[in-house]
Structure formats: C-alpha cells, structure tokens
Design a protein around this ligand. Structure first.
Ligand code: CP
Length: 310
C-alpha cells in the first residue's frame, strides 16, 4: 500500500523518487490481484480540453474500480465558455463537493499556476486535487509513470538500460516526462529525430539524427506520435518515413517497442510491426495505465484523509 503523501500531480519533477517507486510497486501489486482501496466517498471531474482515448478512459476505469464517482466536465457547455476563470471553476467544483479534477489541456503551466494561486492568495473552498492528464508539449506524468511500470515489468534492473526515443521529441510531453523520470533510474537515453523534431534544450540525453547508429545496443525503442496539431508549417512525411519509420527490419532484435498512442500507422511504425507479436507491448502500456492510475488516485485520496484509509 502507498504510504507517501501526494496532494496533486503536476509533473514528474514534483514527485520524489520514493513516490515514483511507490506508485509503480502498488500498480504492479494491483495488477497481480491486490484489491484497490474503497474510495466510494470520493468524486472526480474529468476536465478534458483536448481529445483522448487511453488517458480519459483508463482514469474513468480506475475511478470505477476504486468505487469513486466520476463526472465528465463538458468544457464547451461549462461556464468557462461565459468567461469564468479556471481557478473559479475549480473552486466551485470544490464547493459542490468534488475531491479531484483530472485535467488535460494545451495551456502550458495551467495546473501549476492554479495550485500556486491556491497556495499564495485565493483559497479553494475545500481541498481538491489537481491531476495532470497531459499538458501542452511539456508534461504527461501519468503516461511516464505507466511507461515506467511497463519497463519495470520487462526488466528487473533499469540501471544502465539503453532507451532510444524516436520521432517528434520537440512537441512530445510524453518524451519530456519519460526523460525526466527514467534519467533518475539510471536509464541511458538517446533521442533520434530529424532536425525539425529535435529540441536541444532537453538535457541528459544524447542527440542523434541517424537511426541505425542510435539503435546499436538498444533495449527499448520508444516511438512517438507526430503531433500534427502542434506543428506550424509542413511535416516532411516522405523524408520522415524513409529515415525514421520503425519497421520489422530495423527494430533491434532484442529491443522492446513502445508507443504512447495514438499511432499514425505506417508513418511512425509499420502496420506489420504493430500487428505482430513485437507490437504487443504497446497494448500492455494501455493495460498498465489502469493499474498505474488506480495507484496514483489511491495515494492522492489517502493523503486527503491525512494518510488514513479512504
Ligand atoms: N497516450 C495518450 O495520452 O493517449 P490519449 O491521447 O488517447 O489519452
């Protein structure tokens, strides 16, 4: 059972290494049959300004398995569309009786700013947890946590593993959260991308534009979705497919293949590879998303109860 205290989930940076390990251990315990806590007095709002399949429904599934109540906040039908500010919206949800808001947004820093406003001046009516379900191009902490769980399941020791991240790293919140997390556990990370998808402000990784070179000794290959909605200008798909698409032929023999989804089939990875045995880890990631999010929600709801069972 997680004993760490977690009030919100902003990003990987704001989690201690102990909290990350506790979440992963608990997720794997639940996957192996441990019963989730009962959180039937808890109420969560799903505030999604961007589309989602995996994150939305695995949070909803996790809340159902915890016995909590889950409500969809329809952003276009809410009073945000009448000009209410986000802090006021969350505060009103707290007053109505919500315990958590699970937020997906394209607005960088929205979640942290709202939490800081509560700490530094305006006060929420009562405690309410804000959970990042994907924010802009910068952070997707629950995806990185479920990826960590998936890697831990496959490899007993992460220290010294070689991870290659391929593709649109510049626009990827998944890549940034994974780099932040996996660096802490001694994973060596190479990023391979064409110049237009590189972001050399990202630290503690080795940059490379040649996929064959990057794939030498790879234990894990993580493909990323090309984020068409965040790209200004033209994506050079032909060049990308020719030089960076992952195929049955170029995927190193002993490496596992990961992808956070959704996949642009035959652009990032060939359909043949996705539908083969070697594509199965991608479905395991989606499967592990539920256990990981149960562990996160348990930890947050427990901390609202002063560490006692929910
Ligand atoms: N990996 C991920 O965030 O997928 P969704 O956009 O479907 O939630």
């Amino acid at each position: 059972m997680c004993s760490a205290k977690l009030e919100n989930l902003i990003d990987i940076k704001s989690l201690s290494t102990e909290e990350i390990s506790a979440i992963a251990d608990r997720a794997l315990e639940i996957k192996c049959g441990a019963k989730p806590l009962s959180c039937k007095e808890k109420h969560a709002a799903m505030i999604f300004f961007e589309n989602s399949t995996r994150t939305y429904f695995s949070f909803e599934m996790a809340l159902n398995k915890l016995g909590a109540s889950v409500y969809n906040f329809e952003t276009s039908k809410s009073s945000l569309s009448k000009g209410e500010d986000f802090f006021d919206t969350v505060n009103n949800l707290a007053a109505i009786g919500f315990d958590a808001c699970i937020i997906r947004t394209s607005e960088e820093g929205l979640i942290k700013r709202t939490i800081e406003e509560n700490q530094n001046g305006r006060k929420f009516f009562k405690k309410i947890a804000l959970i990042n379900a994907g924010e802009g191009s910068s952070a997707h902490p629950t995806q990185a946590l479920l990826d960590f769980v998936t890697i831990k399941e496959k490899f007993s020791d992460l220290n010294g593993l070689n991870l290659v991240i391929v593709g649109d790293i510049r626009h990827s919140r998944v890549a940034k959260s994974n780099i932040e997390l996996l660096n802490r556990f001694g994973v060596k990370i190479k990023c391979v991308a064409p110049k237009y998808f590189m972001d050399e402000t990202i630290k503690n990784v080795e940059w490379c534009d040649n996929m064959d070179e990057a794939f030498e000794n790879a234990d894990i290959v993580m493909a990323l979705r090309i984020q068409k909605e965040r790209i200004q200008g033209i994506v050079e798909f032909e060049d990308y497919i020719k030089n960076y698409r992952i195929t049955e032929k170029n995927l190193p023999k002993n490496a596992i293949l990961m992808h956070p989804g959704p996949v642009n089939r035959d652009i990032e990875v060939t359909s043949g590879l996705l539908d083969s045995k070697r594509g199965e880890t991608i479905m395991t990631q989606a499967h592990n998303g539920v256990f990981t999010r149960i562990a996160i929600l348990e930890m947050i709801f427990q901390s609202q109860n002063g560490g006692a069972n929910v």
